[in-house]
Design a protein around this ligand. Sequence first.
Ligand code: CA
Length: 511
Amino acid sequence: MQHKLKLKIELIALMFVTLLSLTPCVGQSRESIPPNIIVFLVDDMGLMDTSVPFLTGSDGKPEKHSLNDFYRTPNMEMFAKQGIRFTNFYAHSVCSPTRISILTGQNSARHKATNWIKSEENNKNEFGPKDWNWKGLTKASVTLPRVLQQQGYRTIHVGKAHFGPFNSEGEDPLNLGFDINIGGSSIGQPGSYFGADGFGHIAGNKARAVEGLEKYHGKDIFLTEALTLEAIFEITKAKEEGKPFFLNMAHYAVHAPFQSDPRFSDHYKDSGKSPNAQAYATLIEGIDKSLGDIIQHVKKLGLGENTLILFLGDNGSDAPLPVKEGYSSSSPIKGKKGNHWEGGMRVPFIASWITPNKDAFCQKETIIKQNAIQQQMGTILDIFPTLCRVAKVNKKEGYILDGFSLQDQLSNRKNHKRNELFLNHFPHSHRSSYFTSMVKSDWKIIYHFQIDGSPDYELYNLKEDPFEFNNLSDKNVKQLKLMMEALIVEMKDKSALYPEKNGQPLELIKP
Ligand code: CA
């Protein structure tokens, strides 16, 4: 009897030890395992496209605006509560520049992919610089997935890529350091969100048909859901292989075409908003469900304490809402995707461990304050250095990074060593054309290039006038000149390319 009891105790002890060894990151013995990383990137999602308030009142507390009441993102609400959200997070104003910046850690003025990449041709536009990087990334590019791959990560791309045109090295994520590519190619929007349409292969815009995903063709499934199921499958596989994973979960949603996701359409039918705006809201709710499903799956696999998610949008909102004197889908912030105002560049950013536990080793190394609001600036350029630090990747000698590690800011401290500067250089034609904007601490300058002879300037004090009502360029010439000096230094530092007229670069002209 005693022998049996001893065996039983030994068995329980063995089970306990096994259980401990399967729980990564808890206790000192597991410190060598690097954390899993998910970058959850939503196409065209702006700061106000969510029920999570990102703007704060004068007391520093989150403040809801009417758009926050229109959208339904319960999983983001939960996620924001268990992590930290940034009120001032900047991205470039269109897709490819941001996506390439996230992968390279460099400002678009430096990597030179300053416009969105058109699959079929050079998208320079009439006065765009002839040497702009319209082919995007190459096999030789230093990329985040490649450095993580070299660190032993299983690197997975799911969804929209948009890193290079047709027949370029950059069109295939497998050339850029990803082990797996699901649905990523040169296209910047899906031919259709419907499985019944084969995501563009059967019906819809065939030139923008989503690659792969054949098993869902003809089926009653929405693209966001199909991509989520594939991502979940790949996470399981990574666990089975015993490797840490880096998942670039890059949804095609919420980019046009604004097709209504039937799972959520009832939630908006009485909103009084246009059918397009309602469809957009269903796309938003779809990515919110995806976030929740991925979180639940990672928890179920027992990887929650060891998995970090960075959630963000790739440029300002493109919600199809009426525009009134420049205010629209980012209201009360001015402007939208493609614009030179804040609404073109401000995006949601939330960071959290999936299962917060301050005693887990990896969470001691990267502390993320819960239910916190970070007011200091963060940018897409910070993702590369932040994740290299999380994964303990050494800095590559001689490689220039334009961002800063968010390590301190994630713990809700201020990083006194970082600059608070974001340059968005757009020497092309779009909703706002041929402009460069630069935020530096409280001030923002916008330079409109001299296509018609002379430049135009805008100057705002974002601290006093966050919604850009008062252009001070005539009233505060002294500050305008200071900002121009700083802009010239920035552009030179990045060897920025200027718009061109009659074969000559249109260089910056001081006021
Ligand atoms: Ca985009």
